[in-house]
Write a protein that binds this ligand. Structure first.
Ligand code: ZN
Length: 285
């Protein structure tokens, strides 16, 4: 997109205006049509010498006419194949099991058999993530995030248990009760371990090396990343700079607190409790 709306006063913002005063616009720009959050992408020259002009990106609502490129998720291996089967299964356990062994089997689509419909009950045995016997933390979180990106109501009837290496139980309960979608953080979510997920639309890197991964404005929720954790994340995602966090989806097992100004701040201890899906922009061809 070459034009977005500046939500502060409803005016239009162009790449030129943004470049002239990024502080003014950062976090306050949305798609003119579907009003989803937008982020600024710098212009660059591709390896083939093609000039790409500066523009804005957004996870547009389906059918939005302003979408000028396709956002292609990086490293979503195995997810497409598994998409159909999973949302109907009673809990995530089965599904993660397949991933653990590197094989994705399509589960039988119960709607297409002659058998009477199942009355799915929540499984008494929760999916266990982490710890000594649980499923691998990173793959599990990534998988949950991948489903949430496609269906934000994913996880109904599924239960979850997340265990630290020490054996301490961080999270246990029905998955939907443990998930908090940013920016919809409520009073009851504060100071408890929760699974946060949502979009990062901009970020701010401070001189001391700490980073704020922001949903939107200075008052809206952010993930606080201390400098050592930032370095670990950049290594893990093979990032040279943080610009690939523009428009990322994140999932974080952590705790939300509040700044003196009332801003919700999400913190997490280890890189493995955080997972991101980054996107590359592809022109329509
Ligand atoms: Zn849009």
């Amino acid at each position: 997109m070459l034009e977005v709306e500046f939500t502060h006063d409803g005016s239009r913002c162009t790449p030129e205006l943004f470049i002239a005063d990024p502080e003014k616009y950062e976090g306050l720009i949305v798609c003119i049509e579907c009003r989803k959050r937008a982020w600024f992408t710098k212009g660059f020259t591709t390896v083939k010498g093609v000039e790409r002009t500066a523009c804005f990106g957004s996870h547009h609502e389906d059918g939005c006419n302003r979408a000028s490129s396709i956002l292609e998720a990086e490293d979503m291996e195995g997810i497409e194949t598994d998409e159909n089967g999973d949302n109907k299964s009673a809990d995530i356990f089965i599904n993660l099991d397949k991933t653990k062994h590197g094989q994705i089997e399509k589960s039988v689509d119960n709607d297409k058999t002659d058998a009477p419909p199942h009355n799915w009950e929540p499984s008494p045995k929760p999916i266990e993530i982490g710890g000594k016997s649980g499923y691998p933390m990173e793959k599990s979180l990534r998988q949950i995030l991948s489903y949430l990106v496609r269906n934000e109501l994913y996880g109904e009837g599924k239960s979850v248990k997340i265990v630290a290496d020490s054996g301490r139980v961080l999270i246990e309960g029905m998955l939907r009760d443990q998930l908090v979608q940013v920016p919809y953080i409520e009073e009851r979510h504060y100071q408890k371990e929760k699974i946060f997920w949502g979009e990062i639309n901009n970020y701010k890197e401070l001189d001391d090396g700490t980073v704020w991964l922001n949903y939107g404005t200075k008052r809206e929720p952010s993930i606080y990343v201390p400098s050592d954790l930032k370095q670990d994340l950049m290594d893990k995602y093979h990032m040279k700079d943080l610009s690939r966090f523009h428009g990322s989806h994140f999932i974080v097992v952590g705790v939300v607190g509040r700044s003196p100004h009332g801003k919700p701040i999400i913190r997490s201890a280890f890189p493995k409790y955080m997972n991101f899906i980054n996107y590359r922009e592809k022109e329509f061809s």
